[in-house]
Ligand binder design. Structure first.
Ligand SMILES: [Zn+2]
Length: 439
């Protein structure tokens, strides 16, 4: 009995600890703060005699980094040594998608040495950026005796091109005697570090009163392998969801066609969860989506999904022997298909034409209770005999003929009817609606 009680007590403690771990860990795991010391390497920034802005920026940034890390925030520096970073290099971490706030640290300089004080710049289109800037600005008033000069929206590259909530802090003027001494003294610098760090922390407690949210995540809903599910157009219907939150999120949607390695933005910060994409016959399209929550967290990009738009049977790439007829109607890909019940009729790629960089070939057919068989030849070889029988009419069915491990050029593609059928079939119909290739 005693042992049983003790066991129950241990279990209770264990569960309590587990609960605490679960409650506390998302703060540290899912979001990150990026501290960006301005300039570096051959770019010294502002200077006064031998005093270079890049070094002061780095020193303040490193201390802010330590301060936040000690408070349990996952924090990263864009540079922690005296190296040059291009402006776009400073944003590569943000683009990986887990950044919750980006703070660029600078010092000012001006021709008039009387000008002094703190300036904080924010992103004009982002209300959270203003909140963060205001919080840092107010904390400069709390912890330092530097004059507060300006808080303003600005289109600096690290702000305007930044997908996260970002601010740029000018901690004082190296060209002003008072500011310069403040920036160079250990005491002054510690106060500046405190003002920036507490400013960031206060902002978080305002935006996330219940602690930092988990990162949102987004996912594209299933796409068909061949987009011939659309009856009479070459459109692709896309749908996506946020998989972690139910309210207050927006999405970015991007695509790339097979011939390009770069994704192109289709929608930015949209609340839509569906989109109709218009593509071209014979191309494969790749899509990805990501979610943003109310607090400005951006999820990583979703798993990429792809779909290929088939070539229609009427495409000028193909030629048909005599004996084929046209079936038309809304069930057919692009409104019509080609059928025959005769033996030895061919549907083929025109002589001299080629399909480049093919990873898969599929024949899009209509299956029916009257379906018969046909042989498919690729580059001179019989690859597969297809059977177009089905107990019920089924439209736009991709029958995969071959998958290539390395992209291959197809110079010969032929479908030749065999005049045969399986035992269930009531006919010899071969009905071709298109040719699909994956690229
Ligand atoms: Zn600067």
């Amino acid at each position: 009995m005693k042992n049983g009680n003790e066991y129950a007590r241990h279990l209770k403690i264990y569960l309590l600890v587990l609960l605490l771990v679960l409650l506390l860990s998302p703060d540290k795991c899912f979001s990150q703060i990026i501290i960006d010391p301005g300039h570096g390497g051959y770019d010294p920034g502002a200077a006064y005699n031998e005093i270079q802005e890049k070094n002061i920026n780095l020193s303040i940034a490193k201390q802010v980094f330590e301060y936040l890390k000690n408070q349990g925030f996952e924090t990263t520096l864009t540079r922690d040594t005296d190296i040059y970073l291009s402006l776009s290099n400073r944003l590569t971490l943000v683009e990986q998608g887990r950044t919750i706030a980006f703070i660029s640290i600078h010092c000012n300089s001006f021709t008039d040495p009387r000008v002094r004080g703190v300036e904080v710049y924010y992103q004009s289109a982002n209300p959270n950026s203003y909140q963060l800037a205001k919080s840092i600005f107010d904390n400069f008033a709390c912890y330092t005796n530097l004059p507060l000069r300006k808080i303003e929206a600005k289109n600096y590259f690290v702000l305007s091109e930044n997908q996260s909530t970002a601010v740029l802090v000018e901690c004082g003027f190296l060209s002003n005697t008072y500011d310069r001494e403040y920036l160079l003294s250990q005491d002054g610098r510690e106060k500046i570090v405190r003002a920036i760090s507490e400013g960031i922390i206060n902002y978080f407690s305002k935006v996330y009163p219940n602690g930092l949210d988990k990162m949102p995540a987004a996912s594209l809903l299933n796409l068909p392998s061949y987009s011939s599910s659309t009856t009479n157009t070459t459109r692709i219907s896309l749908q996506w969801v946020c998989t972690t939150e139910t309210t207050s999120f927006a999405f970015d949607l991007e695509y790339r066609p097979n011939y390009s390695s770069t994704f192109v933005r289709l929608l930015s910060s949209t609340t839509q969860t569906a989109y109709t994409f218009s593509g071209s016959q014979g191309l494969t399209y790749y899509f990805r989506v990501r979610a943003k929550d109310k607090a400005g967290n951006i999820s990583p990009w979703s798993t990429v999904k792809s779909t290929s738009i088939p070539y229609d049977d009427t495409n000028s790439l193909f030629t048909l022997s005599s004996g084929w007829k046209k079936a038309s109607g809304p069930y057919r890909f692009l409104g019509s298909s080609s059928y025959t019940t005769l033996k030895g009729k061919y549907f083929k790629l025109k002589q001299g034409l080629k399909l480049y960089s093919v990873k898969e070939v599929a024949i899009i057919v209509t299956k029916s209770p009257y379906g018969g068989k046909a042989n498919v030849y690729l580059n001179g070889k019989l690859i597969k005999t297809i059977d177009t029988y089905a107990s019920k009419n089924t439209y736009r069915v991709p029958l995969i003929i071959k998958t290539y491990t390395t992209p291959t050029t197809i110079y010969d593609l032929r479908v030749v009817t065999t005049g045969t059928k399986n035992t269930y079939s009531k006919g010899y119909f071969v009905d071709i609606d298109g040719v699909g290739v994956k690229r």
